[in-house]
Design a protein around this ligand. Sequence first.
Ligand code: ADP
Ligand code: MG
Length: 665
Amino acid sequence: MADQAQNTADPKKPAATKPDDDVVGKVYDSRLMGRLVKYLGPYKLQVGTSLAAIILNSTTAVAGPFLVKAAVDTYLAPIGTLSWLGRHLSRNPSTGITEIGALYLGALSLTFFLEFVQTYIMQWTGQKIMFDLRSQIFRHIQSMHIAFFDRTPVGRLVTRVTSDVDALNEMFTSGVLAIFEDIFTLAWIVGIMLWMSWPLALLALSVIPAILYATKRFRDHVRDSYRRQRAATAKINSFTQEYVSGMSVVQLFNREARAFKDFSAVNHENKLAWTDAIFAYALYYPVVELLSSIAIALVIWRGGIAVLHASPALAALATQHPLTHPVVTIGILIAFIQYAQRFFRPIQDLSDKYNILQSAMAAAERIFKLLDTPAEIVSPSLPKKGNGTGSIEFRNVWFTYQQLSEEDAFFAAQTTFDPTLQPNPNIEWILRGVSFTIHPDETAAIVGHTGAGKTTITALMMRFYDVQAGQVLVDGVDVREQDLISLRRRFGVVLQDPFLFSGTIAQNIRLGSDWITDQEVENAAEEVNVADFIQTLPSAFAEPVLERGSTLSTGQKQLISFARALAHRPGILILDEATSSVDTDTELRVRIALERMITGRTSVLIAHRLSTVQTADTILVMHKGLLREQGTHQELLAERGLYYKLYQLQYKDQELGAASQAVPA
Ligand SMILES: Nc1ncnc2c1ncn2[C@@H]1O[C@H](COP(=O)(O)OP(=O)(O)O)[C@@H](O)[C@H]1O
Ligand SMILES: [Mg+2]
């Protein structure tokens, strides 16, 4: 508890837990974009094809009104002079109209085909990239040191792998390239309109400033509510996760109403953020619609008047000199109305793309931040091999879970060696100058009160954390000089709170080590006396383990993890209060197995019940981070120190237990 209070008081600590789910990213950040584009690297061909399809598509997509204009001006309401396209068409109106119809159909078919190509390839590539990215993130998470997970909420890592990657996917598939499509389409439409009749074009485009203004207002509003949505979603996720995992505690303490109230508050925030966004959407789209209607109305009005005043002579002049003598024909008028309708769609789309880009940038920022967080515990570049004897040695080990500043760490190292220096009161040492040796094949027991640092000692042996001062040697070599994988392969561990994965019982015993045969799995289970129980399950060893083994008792899970440790034939065995949840009867049976397990290998036992440690070769007595006593059971009793006191306490307990059992009889 004290340690937790310290954590929050420590200004260096919370940096990692700062909520980064609600940062407002830039829309475009060239540094991030440059890094993202690298992921496209392996898919150059696909991206190139998509891009070509997009450019071509935006061209064919604007061909429709152009063809309609040619049909009207050449055949339906001939203006006397032929346009560029008109000159290439048949003189016979019926044939010419058919030709235009065929061209129209051709353009549409091409659009259809290109759209298919582009959508399919882009989505396909997007999924590939997401696959690569997710793999990279997951691999990186796995490589992180345990201290990182002590500080990082699970929900946040889940968000990185899921929704943040999705946001990037959306950008890759429907965002970035579609922006090109929108821009190309806009450029084409504006170009054609200006070319057909620039005064009418300028008139139609005169509503654009109003649209840009509306778009900006909309964007700002939506951006804010998106940011709130993201923050609220992250909160809902972590809240649900925490309360679902702790449901039995919630129900036991009748906290449902309270928990629901808290949840409702978060849920409400989320709803508000969404309704705000929906309001903005509901308003923005009709506004753009209205403005584009105004543009069309202007075109019909001014264009209509121009058509009325147009004469064949003017039209002839206009065809030769469209810039100096703009004229509006019926064909142009029809084409303009169609273009004006199509023009505003990409603008609406672009403002959507803006949001996609923005959330993608924010997601990229967070993902890269995670990927850039270096794993602090890694194998050295030139690992040394241990002698494989299974010896363990601690040399004046000082350790704290706190993250020390460089300065603090330096002075900490000084003070730990020179006891006359005043120790830094801000550092809460978990181990203070612990030194001991466990010889090969010995069985060592660690005893001490809860929080004395027993589990910490075992964690340091496997190098889950690095010590701040001193040395931890396994197989005669400092753990920091060993290859992490081969170091950890040396250990078999059974924890107080065993962890089972989803899969079958056999898979949980084997844990992916294919070299363990079915027979060995069964033998291991047999040896720890859990095979009987497993055989009673409907599918025996193939019985699926649900949600971390929630259908098994803790004792059964402990026995299964015993079998797991045994099946891997580790050189060093660590049992951390591994039999604390099995009954005395089972413990007796396990103890026989235990005897077999600890012979021929170095073993470290942590046990509450001193009865199980009496036979150990050496007993380490921990007290508040100090190794207070070390020796065999008899030696320690003779010393009449801490161990003696602990023993007496338990002895009394046992006597009391025996007495209370005797009473009812
Ligand atoms: N991951 C951690 N981060 C911060 N403090 C921790 C962590 N694990 C343990 N501690 C603290 O270290 C101390 C020793 O813990 P531990 O080694 O688990 O004790 P034991 O196993 O003897 O009961 C306790 O005060 C505990 O609060
Ligand atoms: Mg412990």
